[in-house]
Design a binder for this molecule. Structure first.
Ligand SMILES: Cc1cc2nc3c(=O)[nH]c(=O)nc-3n(C[C@H](O)[C@H](O)[C@H](O)COP(=O)(O)OP(=O)(O)OC[C@H]3O[C@@H](n4cnc5c(N)ncnc54)[C@H](O)[C@@H]3O)c2cc1C
Length: 379
């Protein structure tokens, strides 16, 4: 089978590669050190017009396909995974649930400002006691006249400090189990809503990871997203798309680690030869190149199926699982190829190694992906 990017996808790849190298890469190490959020980068991405890349033009989006979105995430992550996760979460966790389940009015009110880059998108699902088992959600939503009163807490939520509104899940009817979970759009400046950003993380230092505390936060009845009791199904569908984003991030980080390793292997000499002359190093690089190629194809396939309106749950889980695991391995090998220098921040593969680990955890751990795949293959 012959596979080529379309003209539009190729243009997005070139535009995002140039932008990433020119505007994102130069400050990436400094942001990793200082934990500064890449606000300036996002102002520039807004000017570039890609903040709503895969959403309809009617709401200010770019009307592009999911492969184009994956390409954009890959190119940002190749130089700065913190920028990559911020962008990926903005689109696939922030915008997607509103695009998939919102009414026309909700899309106009909440999707458009995401597409025009007015603020970032975020999605609150995980709670201190409900991670892989998201059915264990404890945050509650009680209907009181024309208002929902929401109380509870969420943890590890990406982008919330930079979101004016976000979607989150809460139990609206405890007696119905997962069919009693609903989704709501909640303004982050509502009285009783606190967003905290105090985590000390392993990596992705320039990304924003928050805790949400909701104490009797009231939102109008019409802020229910989708149907009452459909929140669980909705977030499962949202995560299917999000996994394409995480897979693309993994391909990007792995590609960045590989590019640096190939270059280093050519310039570093030991025993009178470049490292790239040693078969042990060649084999590491060959495996990296092969795995990245496979992972990228898997991400593209899942994205293509999604764009065709076909089922893509299994393929998205496989792409996310495979890409994140080969990414971790590629970053490990990248540090190894760089030797002692790889252990130093200056050579950047150390940052890639720390950032990559999240991909095996976020939007469903590797164990959860295997559970999803097992179910899909009829176990
Ligand atoms: C940087 C970062 C950003 C994030 N961003 C967001 C976000 O924007 N929105 C959001 O809602 N969440 C977000 N998350 C949360 C993330 O999705 C969860 O951390 C993840 O789903 C795992 O949940 P947990 O941490 O509670 O781990 P747990 O569910 O407690 O899992 C711990 C371990 O047990 C394993 N395990 C659990 N159940 C089983 C089982 N049945 N069989 C086998 N093994 C099992 C897991 O695979 C894992 O290895 C983020 C997390 C991080 C670290």
């Amino acid at each position: 089978m012959h596979f080529d990017l379309t003209e539009e996808q190729a243009l997005i790849k070139k535009t995002m590669r140039d932008f990433a190298e020119g505007e994102v890469a130069p400050g990436a190490d400094e942001r990793d050190r200082t934990k500064a959020f890449p606000e300036d980068v996002f102002h520039k991405l807004t000017k570039l017009g890609v903040m709503g890349l895969p959403f309809p033009e009617q709401y200010g989006g770019g009307g592009a396909d999911t492969i184009s979105f994956a390409i954009a995430v890959e190119e940002l992550s190749r130089v700065c995974a913190s920028t990559g996760i911020t962008y990926s979460a903005h689109i696939s966790l922030g915008g997607a649930p509103i695009h998939l389940f919102g009414t026309h009015e909700q899309k106009e009110k909440y999707l458009t400002p995401l597409c025009t880059g007015e603020y970032l998108g975020a999605f609150g699902l995980t709670e201190p006691n409900a991670g892989s088992d998201a059915g264990g959600t404890r945050t509650t939503a009680k209907l009181d006249g024309d208002q929902w009163i929401i109380s509870g807490s969420k943890c590890f939520i990406t982008n919330a400090s930079f979101a004016k509104n976000l979607s989150l899940t809460a139990v609206s009817d405890r007696s119905k189990g997962t069919d009693g979970i609903s989704a709501f759009i909640v303004p982050t400046d509502a009285p009783g809503f606190t967003v905290l950003s105090n985590y000390e993380k392993m990596g992705l230092h320039a990304s924003n990871t928050t805790e949400l505390v909701l104490e009797n936060v009231t939102v109008p009845k019409e802020n229910l997203l989708g149907k009452e009791g459909h929140g669980y199904k909705q977030f499962l569908a949202t995560l299917d798309g999000g996994r394409i984003g995480i897979g693309a991030m993994a391909v990007g980080i792995a590609q960045g680690a590989y590019d640096k390793s190939l270059h280093y292997a050519k310039v570093r000499k030991q025993f009178g030869h470049s490292l790239s002359a040693f078969q042990a190093i060649q084999f590491k690089l060959a495996d990296m190149a092969m795995n990245i190629e496979l992972a990228r194809n898997m991400v593209y396939k899942a994205a293509w199926l999604k764009d065709q309106g076909r089922g893509f749950k299994k393929e998205a889980a496989m792409a996310k699982l495979f890409a994140s695991e080969i990414c971790m391995k590629a970053c490990d090998q990248a540090v190894q190829i760089h030797g002692g220098y790889g252990y130093m921040k200056e050579y950047q593969v150390e940052r890639f190694f720390r950032d990559a680990k999240l991909l095996e955890i976020g939007e469903g751990t590797s164990e959860v992906q295997r559970m999803v795949i097992a179910r899909q293959i009829g176990c």
